[in-house]
Ligand binder design. Structure first.
Ligand code: SAM
Length: 333
């Protein structure tokens, strides 16, 4: 098949953005993502090697993907993630390379990641309060995460985005504190609506705090001004501080304001499945082809045919919604 570039799905959306999960393992146990009880990790043999990830990514970049994000599980628990970053950064056609991490391992490694070619970083942090942080993550490690953020700043990773999943009654009282943090550190804090992708099945619609509600609360203390963006596939609605303070606030509202119409993403799971939507209930096994020694043309044909099947939208707000079996930690957030 001769592809028409860039890769497009059957709804006419150009696919530009690949999220690569490199492990299902994580050193944290965020209760809304992974269960606290013993997780069954994928056997090592099922996890794609760096070589396989590079082959897959090179093919996708050849098909018009320009943005890569390395994620997990916790990507920094996988050995030598720096070497993978270095190889991904060198792929001709990659315009943007990022990683999502819990920041636990950044002190001592942020410089090497930057030197390997990592441009920017997204750090997950849901509470600035020690007790609440421990409750949310199952780990008493807030100070280490804050130090990791400082290490990323010192290494010159830019921009630094802080992703914060807000749940009503659990951490929604932290919104204004996070805005103060954005101003103090000059980082972009992005509030993400809680999605039904949790292992413990704790998600309830009432726990979703619409981004607009949070914006109102922050705006009352630190007035905000909208940042206009040309990029339609950008997930966050962005705001700056009206008093010109550094930092930025963003709202990612997949539940209250879905943005599927402009979705440009596909995902590769650590065990070698392509997912065309976070909420897909089917996965497409590229590992089988990679391990059978399929040619690059055959792999490209499989990817093109898979992208064709990308769902038009998620169904979180429909009565027939079916929660995917795998959680964010397996899919790769
Ligand atoms: N371990 C890394 C980290 O902590 O950033 C990367 C993987 S983690 C699964 C990626 C992102 O998914 C995190 O920002 C996390 O908060 C988010 N996430 C996980 N489960 C979620 C859910 N049910 N709703 C919204 N976001 C979720």
């Amino acid at each position: 098949m001769i592809p028409i570039l860039p890769l497009k799905d059957s709804h006419g959306r150009a696919i530009r953005d690949l999220r690569i999960s490199i492990t299902d393992r994580c050193n944290f146990r965020c209760f809304y993502c992974m269960p606290a009880e013993a997780m069954e990790w994928q056997p090592k043999a099922e996890i794609l090697s760096y070589e396989e990830i590079i082959t897959f990514t090179e093919i996708l970049v050849g098909l018009g993907i320009t943005k890569l994000r390395v994620t997990g599980g916790e990507p920094m628990v996988r050995r030598d993630v720096e070497t993978l970053i270095e190889r991904l950064a060198k792929i001709d056609g990659v315009e943007d390379l990022a990683m999502t991490t819990n920041a636990h391992f950044l002190r001592g490694r942020a410089q090497a990641l930057k030197a390997a070619g990592l441009e920017r970083i997204t750090i997950s942090l849901d509470s600035l309060d020690h007790d609440r942080f421990s409750l949310l993550t199952g780990r008493n490690e807030l100070d280490r995460v804050l130090d990791g953020i400082d290490a990323a700043l010192e290494a010159g990773l830019d921009p630094i985005k802080i992703n914060c999943v807000i749940m009503r009654g659990i951490n929604d009282d932290q919104a204004v504190n996070f805005a103060a943090f954005a101003r103090e550190k000059g980082v972009a804090v992005r509030f993400i609506e809680f999605m039904p992708l949790d292992n413990g099945k704790v998600w309830r619609r009432e726990m979703v705090v619409p981004g607009e509600e949070l914006r109102g609360r922050i705006d009352a203390v630190y007035p905000l001004q909208r940042v206009k963006s040309e990029n339609l596939s950008e997930t966050a609605r962005r705001w700056r501080f009206a008093d010109d303070a550094p930092g930025e606030i963003g709202f990612i509202n997949p539940v209250s304001q879905p943005f599927c119409g402009h979705c440009s993403r596909i995902r590769l799971t650590a065990d070698g499945m392509i997912r065309t939507c976070l909420f897909s209930t089917v996965e497409h096994n590229i590992k089988r082809l990679l391990r059978r020694g399929a040619s690059r043309d055959d792999l490209a044909d499989f990817i093109i045919a898979t992208v064709e099947k990308k769902e038009d939208r998620h169904h979180i707000n429909d009565p027939e919604f079916v929660q995917p079996l795998r959680t964010m930690s397996c899919i790769g957030g």
